[in-house]
Ligand binder design. Structure first.
Ligand code: COI
Length: 383
């Protein structure tokens, strides 16, 4: 039962400590993998899982946890080394760092889930590692190896284990970042890079189904641009369109392709699928949509379930005439689309019990939480 304070902003502020990213933790007890365990009362306070916050009120908003992972690639080294856990806190950056001045940075997102058996599982973390490597190559950045990436995520999840919500209440969202942290004045790749992973317990990104406004003036991605990688620069340019749509009561914006303005691409932070009869279609990975890990998983799961999957350009009219539509992403998992509005025309879709998105949601979350056997080797248990 919840006995602690609620996750109020005041309480969160009171737990925050300003910490500069400098040295690994040294003077604390370590477990078998050399990581200080998050239950160490002398470092972390004496709150156990049930005291941390009101798990029933979790949203997709930041709750600072105990530790983050930091690793550097210094000038001339070309490879990351000496990764370590440190207390969660502020980081020190040069005012002329590449990330602050020119946006040289990537983000990732993955979750740790607590199952009914109390085990903690990560879902396909190597896929995030590969996607970060792909993005790093595009952005002229060195990247951690897949082993370094997955190892850092395991350590981050384990060190913040008490923040993994109870089964059914949410998950621990882990946010890896790859940043150009070296000082640079001219427009050029940074001389130094930092990989960082922090974590926050989260609940639903959106509640209920998604109600989209189709955006026909602002484009999220252009051919040859960075829409196909998880660049930090892909998000703030669409804030204005999303803010305006939200002010009109929509949940989110659905973007069209910049080349023709006719085909659907994706939403702010998720991929989209369209279902008609036995066919499920989704826009192709061609550089302007994010290669989502949940997207990839759902393509595989839906084809096991006997659906025909098509990755191809999808004209907006096809979405407007679909039986069902749904979105996928790490943060949102799978969300049904409740309605789509384009130039004043609104189309509604079935949602809830008995829908395809409901079946896919149960299957996906079943595998992620250990209720359904993982026959694909997608799960990485961390404890
Ligand atoms: C995720 O689904 O993990 C994302 O990265 C979306 C995020 C920008 C909230």
């Amino acid at each position: 039962m919840f006995r602690g304070k609620s996750c109020s902003a005041e309480w969160i502020r009171s737990r925050r400590r300003d910490v500069f990213v400098t040295k690994p933790l040294r003077q604390c007890s370590r477990n078998a993998i050399g990581v200080q365990t998050a239950s160490d009362a002398s470092i972390n306070g004496d709150r156990e899982e049930h005291d941390l916050c009101n798990w029933d009120e979790l949203k997709f908003s930041l709750i600072p946890t105990d530790y983050m992972y930091v690793m550097k690639c210094s000038s001339g080294e070309g490879a990351f080394s000496q990764g370590h856990l440190t207390r969660y806190g502020n980081v020190e950056l040069s005012p002329s760092s590449g990330v602050l001045n020119y946006g040289q940075g990537l983000l990732e997102g993955l979750k740790a889930y607590r199952g009914d058996d109390n085990r903690i599982r990560l879902f396909r973390p190597e896929q995030n590692a590969l996607r970060m490597q792909m993005g790093a190559e595009r952005m002229c950045m060195p990247s951690p190896t897949a082993e370094q990436f997955v190892g850092s995520i395991k350590q981050t999840a384990l060190a913040n284990k008490r923040w993994v919500p109870p089964p059914g209440k949410g998950s621990l969202y882990i946010r890896p970042l790859l940043l150009g942290t070296g000082a640079i004045l001219g427009v050029a790749p940074s001389p130094e890079y930092t990989f960082l992973a922090y974590a926050s317990p989260v609940g639903n990104y959106f509640t209920g189904s998604m109600h989209f406004s189709v955006e026909d003036k602002v484009y999220r991605a252009i051919p040859g641009g960075t829409g196909g990688i998880k660049s930090i620069t892909n998000y703030s340019p669409i804030y204005k369109a999303v803010t305006q749509a939200k002010a009109k009561g929509f949940t989110d914006v659905l973007f069209l392709d910049a080349a023709t303005g006719k085909n659907i691409e994706e939403a702010t932070a998720c991929n989209i699928f369209v279902a008609k009869g036995n066919v499920i279609s989704t826009p192709p990975i061609a550089g302007t949509i994010l290669p989502g890990i949940t997207r990839k998983t759902i393509i595989e799961v839906a084809s096991w379930l006997g659906y025909q999957i098509e990755e191809r350009a999808i004209p907006l009219e096809e979405l407007m005439n679909a039986d069902e539509a749904f979105c996928t992403g790490t943060a949102i998992a799978i969300k049904p689309v409740g309605s789509v509005t384009y130039q004043g025309q609104r189309v509604e879709y079935k949602t809830g019990e008995g829908t395809l998105s409901e079946t896919l949601f149960r299957t996906l979350t079943g595998i992620q939480t250990g209720r359904i056997e993982d026959t694909m080797g997608w799960i990485v248990e961390i404890d």
